[in-house]
Design a protein around this ligand. Structure first.
Ligand code: HEM
Length: 154
């Protein structure tokens, strides 16, 4: 139907499109990126792969105040899920993200950012997402990491 006129839009084959679409024959399209990319499972895998690498990293690991990386892994997971349209648990547990402010206690140099991104790139590679979904996530993570820098390299 055309929204303006309310008349059926003819298809190239001379039939109204609605007649060519089998009723119930299609799954409802995912209504946000979170679902389209695989929901909780995808984000949990990404963040887990990332923290496996953080745990072994000589530059990033020492920045974490807690001995146990589990809680930090969960915070990043909840944040990313919420950002991409999933559950809003981060907001309930942590309040408004204000990520730059939350990183202020840590010295985030360009070198730390590049290492963070290197580990995240490796983690993202393990998911083998379709190129467009991979690029969508990567573009965001890259920009977010650049915005988190708060100190010059020493
Ligand atoms: C640029 C390099 C970055 C470094 C070196 C870095 C480092 C850290 C450190 C040391 C913490 C504290 C650990 C904790 O207790 O949670 C932290 C927390 C966090 N980071 Fe980053 N981070 C970086 C970039 C990012 C980016 C790009 C994002 C999001 C896309 C992000 C999201 C978070 C979140 C959600 C938390 C927990 C905030 C909270 O609720 O307290 N970080 N980060």
């Amino acid at each position: 139907m055309s929204e303006e006129t309310g008349t059926p839009i003819p298809s190239r084959f001379g039939e109204p499109l609605a007649k060519l679409v089998p009723v119930g024959g299609f799954q409802a399209p995912p209504d946000n990126f979170y679902e389209a990319v695989g929901g909780h499972e995808t984000f949990a895998a990404l963040v887990h792969e990332f923290y496996l690498r953080v745990a072994k990293d000589d530059l990033i690991r020492p920045m974490y105040p807690e001995q146990d990386l589990g809680p930090a892994e969960r915070r990043l997971l909840l944040f990313l899920e919420q950002y991409w349209g999933g559950p809003r648990t981060y907001l309930e547990e942590r309040g408004h993200p204000r990520l730059r402010m939350r990183h202020a206690p840590f010295t985030v140099t360009p070198r730390a950012r590049d290492r963070w991104l290197e580990l995240m790139r490796e983690a993202l590679n393990t998911l083998e997402l379709p190129p467009l979904q991979d690029a969508t996530l990567w573009d965001y993570l890259d920009r977010a990491a650049h915005s988190m820098v708060n100190s010059a390299d020493d």
